[in-house]
Structures are given as C-alpha cells and as structure tokens.
Design a protein around this ligand. Structure first.
Ligand code: ARG
Length: 567
C-alpha cells in the first residue's frame, strides 16, 4: 500500500518542512511490525531544535492521520505509520470516483517554475529518431510537473546558430533549384550534404560560408532573410510532428536568441579572472576538476555551443526564476553539461545545483524495422508513419467494424512509439522493433490503450442496459476478491508514482504504475462478471471499472499518449 504523499502532506502541516522534502525522507520500514511507513524525525531536529524522540512523540499526538492510515506511533526517533488495508482500498475508490481526472494531482510545486528543455532540434537538419527520447521524456516531465502543481515551462533550445548556416546559404545559392518555401527539409539536408562533398575539392567554399555566416551575424538583410526562411521551413515541418506527438513548447528561444546575451557573460568571466587565453582561444581551465577546458571563444572570435548554453542558463534563471532547470539531452553530451555547470559554479551561481542534465541512452532500430530511404538517418516522421500504417493493418484484422479507424490507428501507432522509449529507465539503450512496441498483449502502449478502451466499452454497455450508473451508493465492501483488491492497490499506488517520477525525473515510473493498473484490470475483468451480476455487485464493479478508466486515462496522458474510447 502506498500512501506516502498523503503522509507527507499531513506532516507538512505540523513539521515546518515542505511536503516535497518530507516525501523524500519517509522510509518503508524493513519489518512490517514497525509499520508501513516510517518518518525519521532526526531530519527535523536541527530546525526544530529538539531531540528526535521528542519530535516523534509530539508529532504522534498532533498529526492528522490521512485516509487509509489507521494509527501512528512514536518509536525512538521514528514516527511509524500503520495502514488500514480495507479502509484504504475503500478510500482509494471513493477518492477516484470523487476526484475523477484530478486524482493524483498535488500541490507539491506551489506554482513554482520548472524549466524543461527538450527536443531542441536543429534548423535545416533532420528531425531524426535520436530526438525521440528527448521529445518524449521531456514532454512527459512537462506534463508531470504541471500535474504536481509546478508551473512547467517547456523550452525548445533550437540549433539555429553557427557556421553551418553560412554553408547552407552557399549551397542553396549554388544548387538550390526552387524557392525555399517550396523545399522540404530533406532537400535542404541534401544541399548541406552536397556542400561538404564539393568543399573537399573546392576548399574556397568554406571561406565563402564563413563570410555568409558573418553576414548573418552582422544583420545583413539578404543573409538574415535566407536564414529565417530555413528556420521557418524547419519549424513548419517539425510542428507537424509535434502535433502528432501532442507536444507543445512555451518557448522556442534557440541558440540565436543568445547572440546578444553572451558578451556580458564573457565580460563577467574575464573580470572574475576565470577566462584564460590559450593559442588565441578563450577558455575556462577545468583541469582542477579533471575535465578538459570549456572553450568559449575560438581564435577567430566566434562563440561556441557552450558559450550559448552559459548565457541561456543565466537568462533562464533571470527570466523564470526556476526551482529546477532540466535539460533532457542524450548522455553523449554529459561532458558538455558537466563543464558548463562547473563554469556556472565557478562564477558563483549557486543555483546551478538546481540544474540537471536529464540524460538518456540511445535508440536504435532493429534490422528491418524501417527501410531507410534516406541513407543512414532515420527520420522520426517516417517512424510515426510506419507505426500508424502497421497499426491500421492490425486493427483491420482485430476490429474491422471500428469507426474512425484511421484516427485510432494514428493514436495507437504514435502512442506505441512513445511508450517504447518511455517504459524503461532513461539511461538504458532502447532497441526498437514493431513486434515489441505494437504487441497488443505485451507491456506496451497499445495494451494500456486497449485496456482503457475496454473499460469504456464495459461502461457503455452497462449504461445501455441499465442506464447511467450512480456510484454514490456504491458498496465497496463487495470488492473483497483478490483481483479487485489487487486492482485497488495498483490504483492507490498511482499518486506516489507520479511524485516519484518527478523526484527522479523518470517518466517510466508513471508508465509502470499505469501498466500495473492495466494488468490488474484485465485480471479483474477475466475473473469477475461485471454487467450481469446482481445490482449492488454490478454497481461496485462498474465503479471500479470507472476508477480504472479514469486513472488509465491520466496515466496515458502523463506519458504523452492519447486514450481513444474505442479500439
Ligand atoms: N540541438 C542539440 C542537438 O541536437 C541539442 C541541444 C541540447 N540542449 C542544450 N542546451 N545544449 O544535439
């Protein structure tokens, strides 16, 4: 039984610490005789200026026990809580039926800002499968923080600055055959590839490219107009993919946004004696921390990726005053993040401790999963298209009469792909195959969506036969069988899973909790008659079905999936 969040909230009333901290401190005792949860009171000793046993005794008297907790007891420096299992199950069910889709919401964040940077695609470059985990994990964290009462800000740190845009202009001016607005990003990528091929034989092209980028930097009208068209075209195309993924951004402030915000940072570094000139380049020496230097200015005076990230971090702190600033970026960039976080620390920006590189492993496609029409790069759009097409095939077979099959196949196919990268801890590499992600009986998105649709269908059928159910008179004591109890337990565990997911920045904890509910519901469904049971029992089982439907929908939402009512 999980009830940690409720205990943390109750303690917060008395203890003078935040529910978020308390939640983190509550332990599960190794021995159930010591209770189902234990709060180590030494955590508060310093602040309350009292010995832990005295704090435990006092809290034991004053804390208001949340629903589902029958008693609490001081034992040495610990405060032990005992759950009342049947009352708890009943409490969970009534709470879900009462709160509906708000079940699991919490006021943990108190409206404070959390910046979640994710996806961060590059202009005139492929939006490829490598961006999928960042996009899916980031979107899920964005939704999770919002659900927990934070004000989440989603940021797409576009790769829209650098000499490559000079190369793009050269390539486009030489070989571009139509207006940019009529091009596709793939065509732009083709031009860029051609630039590199031709530049091997004609190194002068690189000079030309540098000159064009300089013109962009200096605000030259023609150069800026071309750059902007590359950007608009790319944003238009990625926007279509974001729409399919249900992803949205509050800010598209990309690298170019920091062009005029880097100088003050460089000045400050110089003033603080942190900037070293080496062979013409300006850098921060990090050898004392076993890291290579963080290079901030090249010898030709050009700024770098890290320079922009420093300016961006400082800007975000100033603009959003975040309590957390997350960067959902592949683990390959680990060194880069450690370096610029260290530079911020050396600059005296203590808030850097609230910045976190939320890293993840690689995604690869298993052999034969996608025929790559475009060389080695796997475009995300192609993956989504293929997933929707495969799902459509399966649905034609499984549910030939389904209305709006196309839309359902899109929701399920895209959902399967997202679920595929969210179901394991971030850092694990994922290898992707249709057999794995589209298995309607496996631990997949489609399985959960299917279970949700099953709940909807049970409720629809019952309503047709018996009219809209009224759960105010529901007798939860009828739900004593193991399958019902297991389902109630899984439902009860859901809110804590959300809080834990935010604490660790691990959406898979929500995915797993949602999967547990789906599996428990199916067991319940196969073990029990629902619609053709006697009135009171039918009502109780429909209530449980309704609760499962509600929480499955929330779980799917939080990991970024749609919940179609029919499949
Ligand atoms: N655009 C970069 C890429 O595709 C990712 C940006 C990561 N974010 C950051 N603040 N450095 O690799």
């Amino acid at each position: 039984m999980e009830n940690k969040m409720a205990i943390a909230a109750a303690l917060a009333q008395q203890a003078g610490a935040s529910a978020a901290d308390l939640f983190e401190w509550i332990e599960i005792p190794p021995n159930p005789d010591m209770g189902d949860y234990a709060f180590p009171c030494f955590r508060l000793a310093k602040q309350l200026k009292k010995a832990p046993p005295a704090i435990a005794a006092e809290l034991a008297r004053s804390v208001a026990l949340p629903v589902g907790i029958s008693r609490c007891e001081a034992a040495g420096g610990y405060l032990n809580f005992f759950a009342d299992k049947s009352a708890y199950a009943l409490g969970v069910l009534t709470r879900i039926l009462r709160e509906g889709e708000a079940y699991g919401r919490a006021a943990l964040g108190g409206g404070r800002n959390v910046c979640v940077e994710y996806s961060s695609v590059n202009i005139a470059k492929p939006f490829h499968i490598g961006h999928l985990p960042s996009t899916a994990i980031g979107n899920s964290l964005y939704r999770i923080y919002d659900f927990l009462g934070y004000h989440a800000v989603s940021i797409n740190h576009l790769g829209d600055w650098g000499t490559q845009f000079g190369k793009m202009i050269v390539a486009y001016k030489r070989w571009g055959a139509k207006p940019i607005t009529a091009c596709t990003v793939r065509e732009l990528v083709g031009l860029y590839v051609r630039f590199h091929e031709e530049a091997e034989a004609q190194p002068g092209l690189n000079e030309e490219a540098r000159a064009w980028f300089k013109r962009i930097e200096q605000g030259d009208e023609e150069a800026v107009a071309l750059w902007k068209q590359f950007k608009d075209l790319t944003l238009f195309e990625v926007g279509k993919v974001y729409e399919r993924l249900g992803v949205r951004f509050d800010s598209y402030a990309g690298e170019s946004f920091y062009e005029d915000k880097m100088q003050p940072v460089l000045d400050e570094l110089r003033e603080k004696g942190l900037l070293k000139v080496d062979d013409g380049a300006s850098l921060v020496d990090l050898s004392a921390y076993d890291m290579p230097p963080c290079i901030l200015l090249r010898s030709d005076g050009a700024t770098l990726y890290a320079t922009r990230d420093l300016a961006a971090a400082i800007y975000r702190k100033g603009h959003y005053d975040f309590v957390k600033s997350l960067y959902v970026v592949a683990y390959q960039q680990n060194l880069h993040f450690r370096q610029f976080f260290k530079v911020l620390e050396l600059m005296g920006r203590t808030w850097v401790q609230d910045c976190e590189h939320v890293q993840f492993g690689m995604v690869s496609m298993e052999e034969g999963t996608l025929s790559t029409r475009h060389g080695n790069v796997v475009y995300l759009e192609d993956v989504l298209d293929a997933a929707a097409a495969k799902t459509l095939e399966i649905m034609r077979e499984k549910s030939p009469d389904l209305e709006n099959m196309q839309a359902a196949a899109e929701a399920v196919g895209v959902g399967a792909v997202i679920w595929g990268v969210l179901y394991n801890s971030r850092i694990k590499d994922t290898s992707f195959s249709w057999a794995k992600v589209l298995n309607f009986d496996g631990e997949t998105g489609p399985y959960v969506q299917y279970t949700h649709a099953r709940c909807c269908s049970v409720l629809r059928k019952a309503a047709q036969e018996y009219g809209e159910a009224d759960f105010t008179a529901l007798d939860a004591a009828l739900l004593t069988d193991d399958a019902s109890q297991a389902l109630l337990k899984a439902l009860g565990a859901f809110p804590d899973a959300i809080a834990a997911a935010a604490q660790k920045n691990e959406p898979y904890l929500v995915a797993r909790a949602t999967m547990d509910i789906a599996a428990a519901y199916n067991k319940f469904y196969y073990d029990n008659r629902i619609i053709d049971s006697a009135d009171a029992l039918r009502n109780a089982r429909l209530g449980l079905t309704q609760a499962a439907r509600t929480v499955l929908k929330t779980g799917l939402y939080l990991v970024g999936l749609q919940a179609p009512g029919r499949m």
